[in-house]
Design a binder for this molecule. Structure first.
Ligand SMILES: Cc1cc2nc3c(=O)[nH]c(=O)nc-3n(C[C@H](O)[C@H](O)[C@H](O)COP(=O)(O)O)c2cc1C
Length: 414
């Protein structure tokens, strides 16, 4: 083993499991499921690459607990009809590499459901989004859907679930101070956190398998007035009191990992995914990671996000020295200094998910670094299959076709 990256390559315990290194594949939608929400050959190919790359943990992209309210046209779903195909999928991945832990990110899109092919619903209409307002019995039913989906994930052989608490999806919508409607799931913080905690308690009780881990990806601060981690329904000011109480409460209810994130990409994209224009947002991610790491018990694993822009130093980050603006530098530093326990890679995973195995085999020079071109974001916005438009020839071609058809963000703006 290369001693140069001894922190990144050190094993760690998550729940009752030990994983080989400190890398995670962040949840990354591929928008390439079949009409029933089952994995296709394209989905298989992406995950086979992830498993071959040997990250300690792989977070299966946002998989919907309902097919009534979805944000992607070709989104994976976890309903009874999907159980057999998803079981086959897990078996196939374990054959590629049995070592990584596999968790599934359970989601409901709420107001981010796409009205072109789905039903938009919300807890309080947000300008620019809106949707049919959900009542208490609707949320009670959605809780049942999450619990059922967690049971299906368990039956299919997943190691656990990441109950999605981030990026403006339904749970963010319920948790954020903007949800100041006075009802069972809104108004005071005690009401807004009820949805998450009830789902945690029910999953623990009804699955009751100590090997099945539970955790969440959390937007600590959504970055707009009334978003998660703000001081009130009209305030953009950072106040982490609720976000920290949320992660602590999830830990008390059995969370063995927390994936720290920020932003709400449909409103504050550069915050969730620091880009070449604003790479310094990564320092805000480090700050949030440290706050969570300092608060939680030592054996609750903190996983940081947002690192892809660092790549091999081709960014405009304000660093003291050139050597201090790379991913490998900050990955090592942050683990060594107790900022985070693991690092999850998002866009980098489309470019090259094999960093762990390449470091383990001293093949660092072969790493294909994410260029943060963010064409993957454009694939997502235009409802295309998603992959790397820098290194994967199929997606390079797809992006060229989109350019020809005027389906790019630049064409949309002009
Ligand atoms: C195309 C695309 C799809 C994404 N899909 C998901 C998802 O399914 N769930 C999620 O929590 N985050 C999703 N994200 C956000 C990433 O997981 C990650 O938090 C973000 O990109 C920052 O990490 P990075 O700098 O390593 O890319 C997505 C991001 C992109 C660009």
């Amino acid at each position: 083993m290369s001693s140069e990256y001894s922190n990144l390559l050190e094993p760690i315990k998550i729940g009752g499991h030990e994983v080989e290194n400190r890398f995670a594949i962040n949840a990354m939608e591929g928008n390439d499921a079949d009409p029933e929400g089952n994995p296709t050959a394209k989905t298989y190919k992406r995950y086979e690459n992830y498993f071959a790359g040997n990250s300690g943990l792989i977070d299966l992209e946002a998989i919907t607990v309902t097919d009534e309210n979805v944000s992607r046209k070709m989104q994976l779903s976890v309903l009874p009809k999907n159980e057999k195909p998803l079981t086959d999928f897990v078996k196939a991945m374990r054959k590629v590499n049995p070592k990584p832990l596999l968790v599934w990110q359970l989601t409901h899109s709420g107001e981010l459901s796409n009205p072109e092919f789905s039903k938009r619903v919300c807890v309080k209409p947000l300008p620019g989004f809106g949707g049919e307002v959900l009542e208490e019995e609707d949320i009670d039913r959605i809780i049942d859907q999450f619990v059922l989906s967690a049971k299906i994930a368990h039956n299919c052989g997943a190691d656990g679930v990441d109950f999605k608490n981030c990026h403006g999806y339904l749970d963010s919508q319920i948790l954020r101070p903007y949800n100041d409607r006075d009802w069972k799931y809104g108004g005071p913080w005690e009401h807004r956190k009820r949805f998450t905690f009830e789902i945690y308690e029910r999953i623990q009780k009804e699955i009751n398998d100590p090997n099945f881990i539970i955790g969440s990806k959390v937007s600590m601060w959504e970055g707009f007035p009334g978003g998660q981690g703000t001081a009130g329904p009209n305030s953009p000011v950072i106040d982490l009191t609720e976000s920290l109480d949320l992660v602590k409460g999830m830990e008390e209810r059995g969370a063995s990992f927390i994936i720290v994130s920020a932003g709400s990409p449909s409103l504050t994209l550069a915050l969730t995914q620091p880009d070449k224009k604003v790479p310094d947002y990564i320092y805000l991610h480090f700050t949030f990671q440290k706050q969570v790491r300092d608060l939680l018990k030592k054996d609750t694993v903190v996983i940081g996000s947002g690192y892809s822009v660092l790549n091999n130093g081709h960014n405009n980050l304000q660093a003291r020295k050139k050597e201090e603006n790379t991913f490998l530098y900050w990955g090592e530093e942050n683990i060594k200094n107790g900022i985070t326990d693991m690092v999850a890679l998002g866009r980098q995973s489309y470019a090259d998910p094999a960093i762990p195995v390449k470091l383990q085999e001293q093949r660092e020079k072969e790493i294909k670094w994410c260029t943060a071109c963010d064409h993957c974001v454009e694939f997502l916005i235009f409802q295309k299959n998603i992959g790397c438009a820098t290194y994967d020839k199929d997606y390079v071609k797809l992006y060229q076709e989109m350019k020809k058809n005027g389906e790019t963000l630049r064409a949309k703006r002009t």
